[in-house]
Design a protein around this ligand. Structure first.
Ligand code: FMN
Length: 392
């Protein structure tokens, strides 16, 4: 008889041994529309799957008999220290997973001295996140058809002391996440099945009631009609807001208007990386938006070696899409990334258990990364190098 491994049946954060376990808890706790919004990739989800599979093409090649007792993961980004080379990625509509989701993510990040990136489509005002969470805050920018809103957001983020502006360049045309869309009968209008499923999640409903109602896109309330800022259905409303005419020239006004660090997120080729460097960007995020935009797209990790060779000594290289294990993080750093952005990994933690859940997700990844470092015979991330990898 075939032998089956013991499945994860736990329900507490402490029982979760890895990010997949947190995902399993999250799936039970939030309504289906919220889970599918997080989970979904574009179209056939070839990009989404390849983001995970791409890591397996590199195998780790350990050195041995090195005293690794005194290991640490400390790193520096933009001249400031952090406990690990991690950044929390911008994700819109966090409030549908936990009403105080943005603050929960930001506080968990602050505790580990790592940056948290607030989405343009956040459900908490950027000023409130700064006042309530503190820490290293980055602001993600989508430029929408209504251009004045973007300039105002940049001004507000600067006034609130945000360290970096992360301009997302890969969502000029929004991806089609089909199983997310099926939960709505029209943009912003959930199906009856979605509403019935929400009613079956009384704990989630109670949290919404305690928070004073459904989350809204708080950063955009001053610029958009009320019907466009409901976070219930935001994922079907957002495609109407983005602007397909956005160009490299737009970075020039951002560079002028923004006093802090400027990053472009969504870079996947050497020519674009060179262009970002030439325009005075401080960093780029190699990303395919976690498989939510272009389907059948390369995985960022596949492009990392050549981009690192071209611009790695001129600006900070951050990478995301598909990171769920310490081995993934180690491979990216060894191939030349300075830090890794976490999207769904920390969102599963948030949905599984609010701020303690995010904390659990981060600590799981940190302890995995630390263990891999030791097993490779390294004491710090500065020792990670391409020679520790072999292409399978
Ligand atoms: C639920 C969700 C919402 C997201 N919202 C945004 C967003 O508002 N702005 C943005 O630049 N990227 C957004 N992203 C993409 C993430 O910043 C990041 O690139 C991606 O999640 C990384 O892949 P991973 O989820 O596999 O880690 C979102 C991703 C998810 C899963």
């Amino acid at each position: 008889m075939p032998w089956k491994r013991t499945a994860f049946t736990g329900g507490t954060l402490a029982q979760a041994l890895n990010i997949a376990d947190l995902r399993a808890i999250a799936r039970r706790r939030v309504p289906r529309f919220a889970f599918e919004y997080v989970e979904g990739g574009a179209e056939d989800e070839v990009t989404l799957r390849n983001n995970r599979e791409a890591f397996a093409r590199w195998r780790l090649l350990p050195g041995t008999l090195v005293d690794t007792t005194a290991r640490h993961l400390r790193a520096t980004l933009f001249g400031r220290p952090m406990d690990a080379p991690l950044v929390i990625a911008p994700t819109g509509l966090n409030g549908i997973l936990d009403p105080d989701g943005d603050v929960a993510l930001a506080r968990a990040a602050a505790r580990l001295n790592i940056p948290f990136t607030l989405s343009t489509f956040s459900t908490t005002r950027l000023e409130d996140v700064a006042a309530r969470a503190g820490g290293r805050l980055w602001m993600q920018l989508y430029v929408m058809r209504e251009r004045a809103g973007a300039r105002e957001l940049v001004r507000r983020a600067a006034a609130a002391g945000y360290e970096a502006l992360v301009f997302t360049s890969d969502a000029n045309v929004f991806g089609s996440r089909e199983w997310d869309r099926r939960n709505y009968r029209a943009p912003g209008r959930p199906t009856l099945a979605t509403l019935a499923d929400i009613v079956c999640h009384p704990r989630w409903l109670a949290a919404v009631a305690r928070a004073g109602g459904l989350p809204r896109l708080r950063n955009l309330e001053d610029h958009l009609p009320r019907a466009s800022t409901s976070a219930l259905g935001g994922s079907t409303l957002i495609p109407q807001l983005v602007d397909a005419s956005i160009r490299w020239e737009d970075l020039e006004w951002m560079r002028e208007a923004w006093p802090g660090k400027l990053l472009v997120k969504g870079i996947l080729n050497v020519a674009d990386a060179e262009r970002a460097a030439a325009l005075g960007c401080d960093g780029i995020v190699l990303s395919n938006h976690g498989g939510r935009q272009l389907d059948s797209c390369v995985a960022p990790i596949e492009m990392l070696p050549e981009i690192a060779r071209a611009v790695g000594n001129r600006m900070s290289l951050i990478i995301d899409s598909g990171f769920r294990r310490g081995t993934d993080i180690v491979k990216a750093i060894a191939l030349g990334a300075h830090a890794v952005m976490l999207g769904r990994a920390t969102l599963y933690g948030l949905a599984a258990g609010g701020e303690p859940g995010v904390d659990r997700a981060l600590r799981i990844l940190i302890s995995e990364t630390d263990r891999v470092l030791g097993q490779l015979g390294c004491r710090e991330i500065a020792e990670l190098h391409p020679r520790l990898l072999r292409e399978a």
